[in-house]
Design a protein around this ligand. Structure first.
Ligand code: FES
Length: 125
């Protein structure tokens, strides 16, 4: 009986590990479809992850956009704080202003994307 329980426990442990690994799977390499966002959705001194892009407004009225794929292993960055674009996968952080690396393990900056403003709408491509 103890042998059966240990096998069952082992299967649960393996299943839990697989689930934990899958929950962390968010790498989305490849081309990104252009997106639009209201200007008011992008906070001054921070930003927002939108699909495979990151849009920031480091200073009032100045918008920057980057491909959200982290340059470490390609996972999409998860959040933007008032101090950095954050990839929670392994902890890399990037500048709001130019996408440069603040802390690794990423060694290269986020790739620039194009952001254009038309009235109250931003288009990122
Ligand atoms: S994939 Fe972003 S820090 Fe590793």
């Amino acid at each position: 009986m103890a042998d059966v329980m240990s096998r069952r426990s082992a299967l649960v442990a393996v299943g839990g590990t697989a689930l934990a690994v899958c929950l962390g799977c968010s790498a989305q390499p490849g081309a990104s479809t252009p997106v639009t966002v209201p200007v008011t959705d992008i906070p001054v001194g921070s930003g927002k992850v939108i699909g495979n892009f990151v849009v920031t407004q480091p200073q009032a009225g100045t918008f920057e956009a980057f491909n959200g794929a982290c340059t470490h292993q390609g996972f999409i960055v998860q959040q933007v704080t008032t101090s950095a674009i954050v990839c929670g996968r392994h902890g890399s952080t990037f500048s709001l202003a130019d996408g440069s690396v603040i802390t690794g393990p990423a060694a290269k900056p986020l790739a620039k994307a194009t952001v254009t403003r038309s009235g109250d709408t931003l288009t990122i491509s």
